[in-house]
Ligand binder design. Structure first.
Ligand code: AVJ
Length: 457
């Protein structure tokens, strides 16, 4: 293909991706009944109306002066809606609905930002020398806007998940409750080398924490073939898992974990006694999907905080994998080559048989539902159907540089209080299923679509 055709195709694609990402977030806000848009479904987070403004304010603040030479038309909203992440360890927000602008004013701002950006972007992307900022081309900044929005499409789903059903417009989702019987076993992974991260020279888009590329040796270990299921987690609960302190304390310091004494305190102070997605009803467990309460689907992966995952692993006499072990199980091969995806090189975009991701469903499926997606070592379900906790603290790779236009994206969380998650969920967009993408959360956050599997060393 002549170079000019490539130049034209890439910008078009990014505008289409931005438009598609906007549809995803619009579709989410449409789930909320109109009299509930000022609710705060999770105590630590903002009210829903904030996020309607935030997604546009983020794009505007990122792009308008840096690369598009546009003047702000609503600086007050640009600031009000700028920051969407919880403060760590601080108190809970106590703003009132009346502190926020009307939904009409917010929606007008959203429409105006979109129109103004789109008009200017269409020109800027086709200029002979498209604009750049600190050496980052406009296309990289657009990828940041698109992926930022798609990450919120997932974290907003976590938030709306916690709303009472009578505040949502309910969609009758067909649920996949059983596949063939799940037979658990551990798979031996021989020692080998794992490549982490991206090289800047590759020109591939990645967030700041994905650079630079480097290799790590991983000693042999064995790993669960499937994610831990609700059925297995129930056994842990019935064995007194939530009441047994030794499962919640890192006495041996094996992970060098700074949160080692805090897990039991968290469990006790909050009175945590079951996964946040479960609900006890008379004498049975129910599972709260996005749109319904159903009898606990035993073969679905359990979604829990990292503290709960570690407690289960200790009860089972095992551990959580490190980030490098997880990658070795997912992308390594017996001959030492590394794959692009667990199943090979096929992009997950076009094949719905490779896993439960990219918004096809709202809910999990049984852990053995996608045999075609297994890794070279035969480990199932590593991409999709729920992120997976690792024991690795979120920290920079060698050669890390913060993005000059978004310095805090990762660096604000290199605090020893966040753990890496790998994989993806039913609500993870296909672009973030790349090998180098790293997600992270605090160890006591229960409202995420994140499970785990165990390793033995
Ligand atoms: C990468 C998912 C941990 O939501 O806390 C969104 C993504 N950062 N806006 C988060 C993010 C800024 C972030 N995670």
């Amino acid at each position: 293909m002549p170079a000019t055709q490539i130049d034209v195709a890439i910008p078009h694609q990014l505008m289409d991706e931005l438009a598609a990402a906007r549809l995803r977030t619009d579709e989410l806000f449409a789930i909320v009944k109109s009299d509930s848009l000022y609710d705060r479904p999770i105590a630590e987070r903002h009210r829903i109306v904030f996020y309607i403004g935030h997604l546009e304010a983020f794009d505007w603040n990122l792009l308008h002066d840096r690369v598009l030479s546009l003047k702000s038309f609503h600086p007050q909203f640009d600031r009000l809606f700028a920051f969407g992440i919880d403060p760590v360890g601080g108190g809970l927000p106590n703003d009132q609905p009346s502190d926020w602008p009307s939904i009409t004013a917010v929606r007008e701002y959203v429409a105006a930002v979109r129109n103004t950006l789109d008009e200017k972007l269409a020109d800027a992307l086709f200029e002979p020398n498209p604009p750049s900022s600190d050496g980052f081309p406009l296309t990289a900044l657009l990828n940041v806007a698109i992926e930022h929005r798609l990450m919120h499409a997932e974290t907003l789903a976590y938030m709306l998940h916690q709303m009472p059903l009578d505040r949502k417009i309910v969609y009758n989702e067909p649920l996949e409750l059983s596949a063939s019987p799940v037979i658990h076993r551990a798979i031996e992974i021989p020692s080998g080398t794992v490549t982490q991260g991206l090289t800047r020279a590759s020109g591939h888009f990645g967030w700041d924490n994905e650079f630079e590329s480097h290799r790590i040796s991983v000693p042999a270990f064995s790993i669960d073939q499937y994610k831990v299921t609700n059925r297995q987690y129930l056994e842990f609960m019935e064995a007194g898992g939530y009441q047994t302190r030794e499962f919640w304390t890192n006495g041996d310091d094996e992970d060098n974990d700074p949160n080692r004494d805090s897990d039991w305190r968290w469990r006790s102070e909050r009175g945590v006694s079951h996964p946040a997605f479960w609900k006890h009803d008379q004498d049975q467990w129910l599972y709260r999907t996005m749109f319904a309460d159903v009898a606990l689907p035993l073969d679905w992966p359990v979604y829990v905080s990292q503290a709960e995952a570690k407690a289960y692993a200790r009860w089972a006499g095992k551990s959580l994998p490190t980030e490098a072990e997880w990658q070795r199980a997912a992308y390594g091969t017996p001959d030492g080559e590394e794959r692009e995806y667990p199943w090979g090189s096929e992009s997950p975009g076009g094949n719905r048989d490779l896993g439960n991701f990219d918004f096809t469903r709202w809910s999990p499926v049984p852990v053995n539902a996608f045999p075609e997606g297994q890794s070279a070592f035969g480990v199932h379900g590593m991409l999709g159907n729920g992120w997976e906790w690792t024991s690795t603290q979120f920290a920079p790779f060698p050669g890390f540089e913060p993005f000059p236009f978004y310095r805090g994206y990762s660096a604000d969380f290199f605090d020893g209080k966040h753990l890496v998650m790998k994989g993806g969920s039913a609500r993870t967009a296909v672009c973030m299923l790349r090998r180098t993408f790293r997600n992270w959360f605090q160890p006591h956050y229960q409202y995420i679509y994140t499970g785990f599997r165990c390793v033995s060393r």
